[in-house]
Design a protein around this ligand. Structure first.
Ligand code: NAP
Ligand code: MG
Length: 403
C-alpha cells in the first residue's frame, strides 16, 4: 500500500512526560505506517525549552503563522517544584500562554462522544463546544481591600489630561473593590474566531453575557458581536444554513441543559473557565476532550485538553504498567491532519483523519478501552487495556478500515 502524500508540513510541537510517550507511540503505530508524514518539529519538552531559554516556544508559534496548522503535545507549566526537578534557569511561562499571545486566538473545547460513555445529561445527543475568550476581565483585574469608611471612584485620564470619573461606592465600613477591563480589539478577534469556527464546523453559535445588569461592559461584548455578525458573517451563515443566537447568560445555562447539543457556546473568560470544566466532566472525562486554538487570521493549533499525566509517567519510569488514554491526543493529530488536507486540497489525507477517528471510536465501542473509560462505561464485557495494547487495538481496527 502506498503512503498518503502531504504537500505542506504541519508544525509539530512535542511535549512532556506521559503525553510525550503517547506522542511517539501515536506516530509509530498510527501515523507513519500510513502517511508520508511531513512535519516541522519543535521540541517543547521542558528540558529543551530550558536549553533554548524558551526561544523554541516562540519559534514554534512563528512557524504556525507560516504554515497555519500546528499539533501540540501537552507540556509542563513550570512551578517551584518543577524548577527544582528540572534544574531550570528560570520559571518559564506557560507555553500555551506564550503561543496564544503570539497567535491571538480563541480556544475551542469539544468532548469526543462514544457509545457507552454517556453524558450525565440524558438529552445531550451531540457534543457542545465551548469557545472561551482568553483575555482580560477578572483574570487581569486590579483589586483593593477597603479598610474602612471612604469613597472609591473609577477615574479615566485621557492622553490630553482630561478626566472622567464615576463613583463606585461610598463605603461606610470595610469592604472590597475590583477594577477590570477588556479591549475592543480583543473582543472583536474573539467574535471573528467564533463566527469563523461556526462556519468551519457548520454548527450554530450561541453567545451570552449579563448585559441587562452590566449595561456598558457586557453590553459592549453583545454590540461588538452583533456588529461583526451583521457586517461580515450574516450572509455566510445564511448560506451555510446556521444561525447566530444571543441571549442572557442565565437563559443560556438553562437552555444548554435542555438542549440536544451540537452547537458552539461562546463564553466570556470567566464563564468559559467554569463552564468548560462542567461540560467535560458531564460528558465523561478530560481524556476525551479536544482543544483547538483558532486565531482570527486563520491559524489553527490542535491539542488535548488534559495535561502531561504526571502520575502515570512516574509509574512508566518505574516500569509499572500504565493505562493512559491517548484519545484526545490522537484527535489533536486528526484535527490537524484534516485541516492540512482541507487547506492543501488533499482528500486522501482528510479521509485518513476520519478513518483514524472512526477506528479509535469503534475500538472503544467494541469494548476495548483504557482503565479511565472502563471504570465509567455502561458497556458490559469490557477489556481494560494498558497503554501499548490499546494503541495496538486501534491499529488493528484502523488496518481493517484502510482496506
Ligand atoms: P493532568 O495531566 O491533566 O492529569 C490529572 C489526572 O487526570 C491524572 O492524574 C489522571 O488521573 C487523569 N488524566 C488526565 N489525562 C488522562 C489521560 N489521558 N488518561 C488517563 N487519565 C488521565 O493534570 P496534572 O497531573 O495536574 O498536570 C500535569 C502537568 O500537566 C502539569 O505540569 C501541568 O502544568 C501540565 N498541564 C499542561 C496542559 C497543556 O499543555 N495543555 C494542560 C493542563 C496541565 P489518575 O491519576 O486518577 O489516573
Ligand atoms: Mg478552570
Amino acid at each position: 500500500m502506498s503512503k498518503i502524500v502531504m504537500t505542506t508540513p504541519l508544525v509539530e510541537m512535542d511535549g512532556d512526560e506521559m503525553t510525550r510517550i503517547l506522542w511517539k507511540m501515536i506516530k509509530d503505530e498510527l501515523l507513519l505506517p500510513f502517511i508520508d508524514l511531513k512535519t516541522e518539529y519543535y521540541d517543547l519538552g521542558l528540558e529543551h525549552r530550558n536549553e533554548t531559554n524558551d526561544q523554541v516556544t516562540i519559534d514554534s508559534a512563528k512557524a504556525t503563522e507560516k504554515y497555519k496548522v500546528a499539533v501540540k503535545c501537552a507540556t509542563i507549566t513550570p512551578n517551584a517544584a518543577r524548577v527544582e526537578e528540572y534544574n531550570l534557569k528560570e520559571m518559564w511561562k506557560s507555553p500555551n500562554g506564550t503561543i496564544r499571545a503570539i497567535l491571538d486566538g480563541t480556544v475551542f473545547r469539544a468532548p469526543i462522544q462514544v457509545k457507552g460513555i454517556d453524558p450525565c445529561v440524558r438529552n445531550w445527543e451531540k457534543p457542545i463546544t465551548i469557545a472561551r475568550h482568553a483575555y482580560g476581565d477578572v483574570y487581569k483585574a486590579s483589586e483593593m481591600k477597603i479598610p474602612g469608611a471612604g469613597k472609591v471612584e473609577l477615574v479615566y485620564t485621557a492622553e490630553d489630561g482630561s478626566t472622567e470619573s464615576v463613583l463606585v461606592h461610598e463605603f461606610k465600613g470595610p469592604g472590597v473593590v475590583q477594577g477590570m477591563h477588556n479591549l475592543s480589539n480583543s473582543i472583536a478577534s474573539f467574535a471573528r474566531s467564533c463566527f469563523t469556527y461556526a462556519l468551519d464546523t457548520k454548527q450554530e453559535l450561541w453567545f451570552a453575557t449579563k448585559d441587562t445588569i452590566s449595561k456598558k461592559y457586557d453590553h459592549t461584548f453583545k454590540d461588538i458581536f452583533q456588529e461583526i455578525y451583521d457586517n461580515e458573517f450574516k450572509e455566510k451563515f445564511e448560506a451555510a444554513g446556521i444561525t447566530y443566537f444571543y441571549t442572557l447568560i442565565d437563559d443560556a445555562v438553562a437552555r444548554v441543559m435542555k438542549s440536544k447539543g451540537g452547537f458552539i457556546w461562546a463564553c466570556k473568560n470567566y464563564d468559559g473557565d467554569v463552564m468548560s470544566d462542567m461540560l467535560s466532566s458531564a460528558f465523561g472525562s478530560l481524556a476525551m476532550m479536544t482543544s483547538v486554538l483558532v486565531s482570527p487570521k486563520g491559524y489553527y493549533e490542535y491539542e488535548a485538553a488534559h495535561g502531561t499525566v504526571q502520575r502515570h509517567y512516574y509509574k512508566y519510569l518505574n516500569h509499572e504498567e500504565t493505562s493512559t488514554n491517548p484519545v484526545a491526543t490522537i484527535f489533536a493529530w486528526t484535527g490537524a491532519l484534516r485541516k492540512r488536507g482541507e487547506l492543501d486540497n488533499l482528500p486522501e489525507l482528510m479521509a485518513f483523519a476520519d478513518k483514524l477517528e472512526k477506528a479509535t471510536i469503534d475500538t472503544i465501542e467494541g469494548g476495548e478501552m483504557t482503565k479511565d473509560l472502563a471504570l465509567i462505561t455502561s458497556l458490559t464485557d469490557v477489556k481494560a487495556l494498558n497503554t501499548e495494547d490499546f494503541m495496538k487495538a486501534i491499529r488493528r481496527t484502523l488496518e481493517g478500515l484502510m482496506q
